[in-house]
Design a protein around this ligand. Structure first.
Ligand SMILES: *[C@@H]1O[C@H](CO)[C@@H](O)[C@H](O)[C@H]1NC(C)=O
Length: 259
């Protein structure tokens, strides 16, 4: 006669073995499926430049080459480090520009403005279809030397501006580098400082909007004769040379127009 106790033990041992094995198989399956879970769909990690809401003309590349319009001695450009220096002193200021025009795109630079008493001076970064032309299209960031906590934005269509706005920076523009960006499209212009949109202009039905291919320009000049010194202040000059630094300059990658 079989030993009932031994049989019970066999049954108990078998069910412990059965349940323990099932338990470990379940745990093992959960761990493996967690470790091998497929990554999120690629669209979630796509390059923002390729996002449908970002038109291709906003793709940028580092600025490689510049032209200097006047006082070449007062402008240095280092292509390798992507930095440009403009100096204002007894020689007058200087102006650089890109070698090609662009039709739309994102233009970006880190800028550290000159130190000392900059009263009277204007330093800037801007787009213009042609500096000196009276029917130019233009989009501006202009610093007013009398107060380095301010920047003026403006835009022109066929020589007509009068759309000045003055923005409080919340910092002294000579205090380290800050990033200034102009995003220009067929229906929208945005001015950004350190990643924040400070001004936005949309094309309105029946109104002119900048549409001529434009160079990127930057200059430093004595603007104290304009509006009897009320715009940039009376020129002081005691802290010359005044040095304006541009770094990590980016221009549109795909919208250059030759000539
Ligand atoms: C800078 O120069 C202007 C013009 O001469 C003067 O009015 C202003 O007080 C000066 N600012 C400082 C901080 O010295």
């Amino acid at each position: 006669m079989p030993n009932p106790t031994a049989q019970n033990h066999q049954i108990t041992n078998f069910s412990i073995f059965f349940w323990a094995t099932s338990f470990f198989i379940i745990i093992f399956t959960v761990i493996i499926s967690t470790l091998t879970r497929s990554p999120p769909p690629a669209t979630q990690m796509a390059d923002p430049a390729l996002h449908p809401e970002t038109p291709p003309y906003h793709k940028t590349q580092p600025l490689k080459q510049i032209a200097i319009d006047y006082t070449p001695d007062a402008c240095t450009h280092c292509s390798d480090s992507n930095s440009i220096t403009l100096v204002y002193d007894h020689r007058g200021g200087a102006r650089w520009r890109t070698t090609t025009r662009f039709l739309y795109g994102t233009f970006s630079s880190l800028i550290q403005c000159p130190k000392g008493n900059t009263s009277g001076l204007n330093f800037n970064i801007y787009l213009s279809s042609m500096e000196g032309d009276k029917s130019q299209d233009e989009i501006d960031f202009e610093f007013l030397g009398r107060d380095r906590n301010l920047v003026q934005t403006n835009y022109y269509t066929t020589g007509t501006g009068n759309r000045e706005q003055i923005h409080d920076l919340g910092f002294d523009c000579s205090d380290g580098f800050h990033r200034y960006v102009i995003k220009w499209g067929p229906d929208l212009i945005e001015w950004l400082i350190d990643g924040k949109v400070v001004r936005k202009e949309e094309k309105r039905e029946g109104e002119w909007f900048p549409e001529k291919p434009m160079y990127l320009y930057a200059s430093i000049w004595d603007a104290s004769y304009i509006d009897e010194g009320r715009w940039t202040g009376k020129y002081e000059g005691c802290d010359a040379p005044y040095v304006c630094l541009y770094k990590d300059v980016h221009v549109p990658a795909e919208t250059a127009i030759d000539g």
